[in-house]
Design a protein around this ligand. Structure first.
Ligand SMILES: Nc1nc2c(ncn2[C@@H]2O[C@H](COP(=O)(O)OP(=O)(O)O)[C@@H](O)[C@H]2O)c(=O)[nH]1
Ligand SMILES: [Mg+2]
Length: 258
């Protein structure tokens, strides 16, 4: 178990239907603070998050990455571990425990919740999401030789590693930017299977045609841009750590529903 509690960052845009349940299901014994980044919601997301006990900060500039960056800027001093979780109740917040446990057990820098290695409920991952994941991870594998199984949003990262990644993307490229930069910097990355269920409320990305096209293009462009800049791993890594970068735990099948 982690020696220092983690801070959770939840980017949220109009997540009134699910935000209270997301917050309520986060295991508090391991979490020191929950930050909900209200990304210009027009519903009662912020009020519900506050009522649930989260600190709500406002990021009026729309965009998934912009919301995550605002959350990072608001981290309390001394934060050692940051956990990212969406506000739509697709992920099971109780599995934050598994992510944090894996971070400690493997002495990892980054632990990714993999939906494809878990047991996604029917309808939770759209065919276009699965295809996009497959294509993106195949390209990353070709370039870097490492096989990610997903670009899911549920993840835990050490604060120090997060600072080193110098995250920039303000929209849909956020998750893939983190994963590509983690390989470039030879961070120790672990994937664990997580459950996934149909979201509460209305999808803004994968459930819409324009969201899917924009996200797909942005993800592929992000991989290309980052890889052209640093086609191989940045060569500062200690020799002894090479080859230990990506570990797949599991499979641990989880099927908990709403
Ligand atoms: N699409 C989108 N999502 C945002 C934004 N700001 C915050 N989010 C949050 O990002 C998460 C992912 O969005 P979602 O619609 O669930 O995407 P999907 O899972 O691909 O359908 C949710 O928690 C959103 O509330 C934004 O500007 N655009
Ligand atoms: Mg979602």
């Amino acid at each position: 178990m982690p020696t220092s509690p983690a801070v959770v960052i939840i980017p949220a845009y109009n997540e009134e239907p699910g935000i209270s349940r997301v917050i309520a299901d986060i295991p508090r014994d391991l979490i020191s603070e929950i930050i909900v980044v209200d990304n210009g919601s027009t519903d009662r997301t912020a009020a519900k998050a506050r009522k649930g006990g989260a600190r709500v900060i406002s990021q009026p500039d729309r965009g998934y990455g912009a919301a995550c960056l605002a959350g990072i800027a608001a981290l309390p001093p001394g934060t050692e571990v940051v956990l990212f979780l969406d506000g739509d109740y697709s992920d099971d917040p109780a599995q934050a425990k598994d992510l944090l446990r894996a971070l400690e057990e493997h002495r990892a820098d980054l632990v990714l919740g993999s939906r494809t290695r878990g047991c996604p409920q029917p309808g939770s991952l759209t065919p276009q999401q699965r295809f996009g994941n497959w294509l993106s991870t195949a390209i990353i594998r070709l370039i870097y030789g490492h096989a990610y199984s997903d670009l899911g949003p549920f993840r835990a990262i050490r604060r120090e590693a997060l600072s080193r990644l110098d995250m920039q993307d303000r929209t849909y490229g956020w998750t893939v930017e983190m994963q590509v930069k983690a390989l470039q910097q030879e961070l120790k990355v672990v994937e664990i299977p997580v459950s996934y269920r149909p979201r509460l409320g209305r999808s803004k990305v994968s459930g819409t045609l324009s969201g899917t096209v924009k996200a797909g293009c942005k993800i592929l462009w992000t991989i290309a841009r980052l890889s052209l800049r640093h086609p191989f791993a940045i060569p500062e890594t200690k020799e002894k750590d090479k080859g230990k970068r990506v570990i797949h735990e599991g499979p641990r099948r989880t099927t908990k529903g709403h």
